[in-house]
Design a protein around this ligand. Sequence first.
Ligand code: PMP
Length: 364
Amino acid sequence: MTHRAYNFSAGPAVLPEPVLRIAKDQLLELPDVGASVMEISHRSAAFKDILDGTRGALRELLELPDEYHILFLQGGSRLQFAMVPMNLRAAADQPADYVLTGSWGQKAIDEARLQGAARVAWDGSGDGYRRIPTPAQLDLDPGAAYVHFTSNETIEGVQFAREPDPGSAPLVCDASSDFLSRPIDTTRYGLIYACAQKNAGPAGVTIVLIRDDLVQRSPRTVPRMLSYQVHADHESLFNTPPTFAIYMVGLVARWLLDDVGGLAVMDQRNRSKAKILYDAIDQSEGFFRGHADPSCRSLMNVTFRLSTPELEKAFVQQAAEQGMVALAGHRSVGGIRASIYNAMPVEGVETLGQFMRDFCRRHA
Ligand code: PMP
């Protein structure tokens, strides 16, 4: 008997219960290995099977063509903010375009600017990051090394319904908080990165999908640990990779393939979960005020405010007493944030939706 709460954490976040059960069963001993995954060499045949299996499951889920490498790196998505410009710019003065739809995009461009030129191709900060640009609003430089965007802004709860058109430059995506939540046309991207700790596994590994021609861009002067080319050449075994986290990502990917039935099914589930909460907001007659413009609402992080910080505090506290935890908004913006990633069961979202209606009735 477990007493797992409905966990609305933005990350590290809820993992699928069947995955946790397999990991628990195999914690002392992987089948036919006699040791746990944390106790074997990253160069052993047993770990090679796990690494190949994780890569294979991700490739199948995403229908990823052969010309893309799948890398398992460390340093979180924050390190990708630095590795992307370090590896993809031909020279420090070659500009890179950034589409700013939230706080994480801003942090990404700040990092790129430590190394060279980075342009703002669209800036959503003026109205507090509530929307994404229309295609006509993008101001792209045809000479840009790449165009960077954040598919889902975890803090503000603003998501691209589909990827922007980068023109002739390769498209680079920070997909940290909506990776594996829906099908995407990977061929439209040059590089996609995502830390694992929202939809794909535990903290400790960052997944990078990168097209082979971009791997070839890594300058030889880049420190080897920070070079896409080095990691691709060594198939993510240049140094000791985060073996347990990679194993867990493999289990999550198999869960998506075998139990859920793929990303299209997952997308449908995520849409119906998000609708429950947005309906509760929209039908509250202004008691709950959603942050994102309705056309740009995130299916992963539902952000809203109540009329006073006191009321928000009471909301978070009473929800926790009823087994719904981690609902406070990011420390930088406050309010409420319900993160409803793949592994959040629909029952958890229904319970929260009902709580919202009850809370509104009691306090409106
Ligand atoms: N980008 C986005 C969209 C995120 O949500 C996060 C983490 N919340 C990051 C980047 C940073 O990831 P990490 O903490 O793994 O460096």
